[in-house]
Design a protein around this ligand. Structure first.
Ligand SMILES: [Zn+2]
Ligand SMILES: [Zn+2]
Length: 225
């Protein structure tokens, strides 16, 4: 799972998502909408039955680790472990999955990441909070073949390029990826992470993006690889 925000529990109930098999949490950064580890306290005995040797590993930057340890002082009690994510360092997630944290253009005080996940069916990029990527991330992506891209579209009608992005910049990112040849044939490019500050309703986003072949995410969206 990528990020664990304040609606993780709501999603579990509303969308019937089963978190029991989760083994790895890839966290982009420590901002509250992406990392709210309070819910994970309910993994302790008396609230949950966690099978022996079933540990959930949290991968994230130092700020993510610090917040986790502040909220949950004993990780063993909740069957959690923490591994600090290092830019571009591959993580074997089992089942043929590999996670790679790419530096994002966001939260410069803590080194925010966007996770690239390679699967046997192709690679997925989770652009959870970023502006236009730094050169090092573009350089890394140059060797990829992406099947699915989720991309920050927070700023909507505001043409922001740093920390978050507006719609026109999201189109530029998609066009750059096309130019670099890093989108696999039939790749899906999906805008995500919307805010009322962007001044666009979901229908406005759809009207803007549809002519560009960019999809607009929604709660409960399922994307098959
Ligand atoms: Zn953020
Ligand atoms: Zn965010």
């Amino acid at each position: 799972m990528v990020d664990w925000g304040p609606d993780a529990y709501h999603s579990m109930i509303a969308l019937n998502v089963d978190y029991a098999p989760l083994r790895h949490l890839l966290v982009s950064h420590s901002h509250q909408d992406h990392w709210m580890p309070e819910d994970l306290a309910f993994r302790r005995k008396g609230f949950s039955v966690i099978p022996e040797n079933s540990v959930l590993t949290v991968h994230g930057n130092q700020a993510v680790g610090d917040k986790l340890k502040t909220v949950l002082d004993d990780l063993d009690v909740v069957a959690l472990s923490y591994r600090r994510a290092v830019a571009f360092e591959e993580r074997d997630l089992g089942d043929g999955l590999v996670g790679i944290p790419l530096p994002a253009n966001h939260a410069p005080d803590e080194e925010a990441f966007n996770w690239l996940v390679r699967t046997p069916e192709g690679s997925v990029l989770f652009g959870n909070d970023t502006g236009w990527y730094p050169a090092e991330s573009w350089d890394f992506l140059a060797g990829e073949s992406l099947r699915v891209v989720f991309m920050d579209s927070t700023s909507g009608s505001i043409p922001a390029r740093d920390h978050h992005m507006g719609c026109v910049v999201v189109v530029e990112v998609r066009d750059m990826m096309c130019k670099m040849g890093i989108l696999a044939p039939g790749a899906r490019f999906i805008s995500n992470h919307f805010s009322h500050n962007g001044g666009m309703l979901h229908s406005d986003l759809y009207d803007f993006y549809a002519p560009h072949g960019i999809e607009v995410a929604y709660d409960g969206m399922e994307v098959a690889l």
